[in-house]
Design a protein around this ligand. Structure first.
Ligand code: BEZ
Ligand code: FE
Length: 296
């Protein structure tokens, strides 16, 4: 048996790849082996420390269930999810720029997060999904266009958020869906609905990722935001948020998801007449935002 010196064990692992290995997988696994070996050498990793890392990753896996995805949270809090999103955005913008007649930049994407729940109810435009929920009412409206500014009809605007205390339905024991819906743009590309003004909240911090954040001296908070997935055949699906401009933590989002272009003023209104024939007996807010989708 050949005995590998510490110096060449990295190459020895890479030499075991066979010619049949899928080329993209070869590229990725080669980089994984090289970078992890380099990390071990750089920090002079001790056996006990490597075992601690293995136990940490084991706990991350054990914390996952059908409602909780601790690996996504780990990726989010280490900035990996957002890095992947930004690189995809750069590819998409470069593609869109090739069309010299395009006049509108595609809307920026951000992290999806772990609380997307497929199959939210499809509701008529103008519906209120925030009624009876903790939080201050907010009216959302805007248009969806292509990158030439042409209105896009029948685009699905799939929205979800935590309540006014930052709690998502998926975090509540046995709760059904709430504060989620799918709307479809009208012939002029318009959408509108009522919900609540989103509030800042901590990402789940009672598991191994929370322990990691504490060890790093970091807070777990995300600024207030409402999630939106905007999609129609023929266009690149967009997963993004809108952030109220007055929310705390815009400068230190625990998952690095804030983009300046997604920070939106929420106008505050006194009780009284409100859109869609409502008469409000409390303060309410309105936010307006137009989305642009890139061609697929
Ligand atoms: C969220 O926005 O819902 C979220 C995103 C990343 C990690 C945890 C929560
Ligand atoms: Fe969220």
């Amino acid at each position: 048996m050949t005995q590998h010196q510490t110096a060449d064990i990295t190459q020895a692992v890479l030499d075991r790849l066979t010619p049949e290995t899928d080329p993209r997988f070869r590229e990725i696994i080669t980089a994984v082996v090289k970078h992890v070996h380099a990390l071990v050498r750089e920090v002079d990793l001790q056996p006990g420390e490597w075992m601690q890392a293995i136990q940490f990753l084991t706990r991350v896996g054990q914390t996952c269930d059908d409602k909780r995805q601790e690996f996504i949270l780990l990726s989010d809090t280490l900035g990996i999810s957002m890095l992947v999103v930004q690189m995809e955005q750069a590819r998409r913008s470069a593609q869109a720029l090739k069309d010299k007649s395009a006049s509108v930049k595609p809307t920026e994407a951000t992290v999806q997060g772990p609380f997307y729940w497929q199959g939210a109810p499809a509701l008529p435009l103008g519906s209120d999904i925030g009624q009876g929920m903790p939080g201050e009412p907010a009216y959302y409206s805007g248009r969806v266009t292509d990158t030439h500014g042409q209105a896009l009809a029948n685009v699905c605007v799939d929205v979800w958020s935590g309540d006014g205390e930052g709690i998502y339905d998926m975090q509540m024991q046995d709760a059904g869906m709430r504060l989620r819906a799918r709307f479809h743009t009208d012939a002029q590309g318009r959408y509108d609905f009522w919900s609540i003004k989103p509030f800042y909240y901590p990402v789940p911090a009672d598991g191994p990722v929370g322990d990691m954040l504490r060890a790093m001296g970091r807070h777990p908070n995300r600024p207030g935001h409402i999630h939106m997935m905007v999609y129609r055949d023929g266009y690149v699906p967009l997963t993004t948020h809108l952030f109220p401009a007055d929310s705390p933590y815009l400068d230190s989002d625990a998952v690095f998801g804030v983009r300046d272009s997604l920070v939106v003023p929420f106008e505050k209104h006194a009780p009284g007449a409100a859109p869609r024939g409502k008469t409000m007996d409390q303060t309410w807010h309105s936010a307006s935002y137009d989305f642009a989708l890139a061609p697929a």
